[in-house]
Design a protein around this ligand. Structure first.
Ligand code: TXA
Ligand code: MG
Length: 329
């Protein structure tokens, strides 16, 4: 069934969004990381619609979004004190925590698992929607395997006809998906890196394991899929000179390449096709998905800058290496 998809300013569309969620329908809502495709987390039938709309594999569990840290008690059981320590520092924010699941959450949300992922988004409209309707099970609002959406228009491009209402609150401030932290393992483990970094988490928790590689793939099913991929050939460039060399080679083959780089390399990139990532690492993180979506519309080979540092630079590279399917030049 084709739905008419409307983009409505979040403030104006909120009442309608509340009633759609209560009726078991889907709503796209803004968060600080990326846009989410939400359904009432207690309503298994509603949550099933998410998988259909995205074309998402059934074995990939969803994050449940809450409006306050205390609401975790409706979603999870045996919540450890670490959760509330983390909440003081990072909630609302770009941190998702995996906990033992409550019986009230249907297994379609957790893909049959006994754990549930919980996050309190840093967006007032998202939180108001949740507070007035229900906790929202929601993945990123992109078609499965495409890059995540950071504007309402990105969502529209991917999910037109699949969802009725997109609440628009402008571009997302963070730009990549939340950090996923597992608190059910012996040592807290980062299953997906994000803007809340291992260094920041270690300050609160003492110890955090980053990249227990096999473990990560087994435990956060989302990470095993080919994710975040643009629709055209994408490579990551070790350096600006290797990027330019590859670019010129593609051009000689009759291709239409583009450099996706920060402005600090303008002296080298200026005479070539360029989609800018801004200046700082934060700019890069905020702009990267939008830049990839722009680039794939206009060009047929994407050559993207790599960042070499720790912290958020490492988190962003996690996504970029996936976008490039591991291809480095
Ligand atoms: O920033 C975000 O996290 C965005 C916004 C909308 O909140 N959401 C998002 O959802 O990125 P999604 O579904 O695209 O990614 C959720 C990730 C997947 O890698 C999934 O496998 C993992 O979280 N995940 C969800 N529940 C889990 C669980 N119980 N145990 C381990 N990993 C889980
Ligand atoms: Mg996603």
């Amino acid at each position: 069934m084709e739905l008419e998809t409307r983009i409505v300013k979040a403030e104006k569309g909120l009442d309608e969004a509340v009633s759609l969620i209560k009726k078991g329908e889907l709503v796209v809502f803004p968060t600080e990381t990326v846009y989410g495709l939400g359904a009432d987390a207690f309503n298994g039938k509603a949550v099933e619609k998410i998988f259909a709309a995205k074309g998402r594999p059934q074995d990939n569990p969803l994050i449940v979004h809450i409006a306050s840290p205390e609401q975790v008690r409706d979603i999870a059981v045996d919540v450890p004190s670490e959760f509330f320590l983390l909440a003081q520092k990072f909630m609302p924010g770009a941190l998702t925590v995996v906990l033992p699941k409550s019986d009230k959450i249907p297994f379609v949300v957790t893909a049959g698992g006994n754990t549930v992922a919980v996050r309190m988004p840093d967006n007032k409209y998202a939180r108001e929607l949740i507070a007035r309707s229900a906790p929202l099970a929601a993945p990123s609002a992109n078609r499965s395997k495409h890059v995540s959406p950071t504007t309402a228009q990105h969502v529209y491009d991917d999910l037109k006809g699949e969802v009725g209402l997109i609440l628009d609150d402008g571009p997302c401030g963070v730009g990549i998906e939340s950090t996923v932290l597992d608190l059910t393992s012996e040592m807290p483990a980062i299953l997906r890196p994000g803007a809340v970094t291992a260094e920041m988490l270690a300050e609160v928790l003492g110890e955090v394991s980053l990249h227990g590689k096999e473990l990560k793939i087994a435990k956060s099913p989302g990470m095993k899929y080919e994710h975040y991929a643009p629709k055209v050939t994408t490579v990551a460039a070790e350096s600006v000179s290797s990027a330019v060399e590859y670019y010129d080679g593609m051009l000689a083959e009759g291709k239409h390449p583009v450099l996706v780089f920060r402005d600090i390399y303008r002296d080298v990139t200026q005479d070539r096709n360029l989609v800018s990532l801004g200046v700082t690492a934060e700019d890069y993180m905020r702009n990267v998905y939008s830049a990839l979506r722009t680039a794939e519309k206009l060009y047929d080979v994407i050559i993207i800058e790599t960042l070499k540092g720790a912290g958020i630079e490492r988190s962003v590279m996690n996504r970029v290496v996936k976008a490039a399917g591991g291809k480095i030049v």
